[in-house]
Design a protein around this ligand. Structure first.
Ligand code: HEM
Ligand code: HEM
Length: 197
């Protein structure tokens, strides 16, 4: 078994990085929206700290993921996919890559210009990106919020397209981003001349 992507499938490293980042972003969106609405308390401070530490983890995973993608390549488009669909998917993928960098970076920038401390899971201090700046504060906070909503919109279109391919095109688009055997597609269905059918 190869860890790399093959012409037919995403390999286990790309799959693990993809789904781990999806889960972390779901948690980050939920925690971000929840923590800003909480009354001041220890729980609020703890949730902010967790949000920032996991957000920095997403940034590190985005770097690893981009490096792996450039080293391990991508599977070929599924035969029969119209050129426009392939181009739209490629644009969405690169936009998503950009956003998994920009969303945490804008959070880190906001934290820096607001002059808040920053640690990674209490283990070490993370330096600010720039010195405190009241004029940049609102800009950085709005950028963090709006880039997040752009990520949500793009990810919804992207996930919708993957599910549409699976249900209606009945091709392997979704199955090849999951471990082998997790999803059946039309091409896995036993043929009538198959002795095991
Ligand atoms: C994938 C990573 C991240 C996601 C998806 C995310 C998402 C969010 C969301 C949805 C909010 C609420 C925004 C609002 O409605 O005003 C928020 C707030 C916030 N985020 Fe993040 N965030 C991420 C990473 C980070 C990082 C790395 C940091 C800092 C190092 C950070 C710091 C903050 C802070 C300080 C707030 C509160 C803003 C305020 O008080 O108005 N975030 N985040
Ligand atoms: C935060 C949410 C998401 C982000 C940031 C994201 C990002 C990406 C990126 C960058 C790729 C390109 C492959 C790579 O280089 O790793 C990709 C591929 C893929 N994603 Fe997502 N994704 C998200 C959510 C989802 C969800 C919810 C689904 C399914 C319901 C999904 C299904 C797929 C599939 C099937 C592929 C492979 C497409 C192909 O082979 O052409 N993604 N995703």
């Amino acid at each position: 078994m190869t860890l790399k992507n093959t012409p037919q499938r995403w390999g286990p490293v790309s799959q693990a990085l993809h789904w781990l980042v999806v889960v972390l972003i779901l948690f980050q969106g939920g925690s971000g929206l929840r923590m800003i609405a909480m009354p001041n308390s220890i729980a609020k401070i703890e949730l902010y700290a967790l949000h920032k530490s996991l957000g920095l983890t997403v940034l590190a995973l985005a770097l690893i993921r981009l490096g792996w993608r450039l080293a391990a390549g991508a599977p070929r488009p599924i035969p029969g996919t119209p050129g426009w669909q392939h181009a739209a998917a490629a644009c969405a993928h690169w936009l998503l890559y950009g956003l998994i960098f920009l969303v945490p970076l804008s959070g880190w920038l906001f934290n820096s210009v607001a002059g808040f401390p920053l640690q990674w899971f209490g283990l070490f201090n993370v330096p600010p990106l720039t010195s405190p700046d009241t004029t940049l504060r609102d800009l950085a906070r709005n950028a963090h919020e709006w880039l997040f909503w752009l990520l949500v919109l793009t990810a919804l279109l992207h996930a919708g397209a993957a599910i549409w391919h699976h249900l209606f095109q009945r091709d392997a688009t979704l199955a090849r981003m999951l471990p082998r055997g997790w999803l059946r597609t039309a091409s896995d269905a036993p043929r009538s001349e198959d002795p095991h059918a």
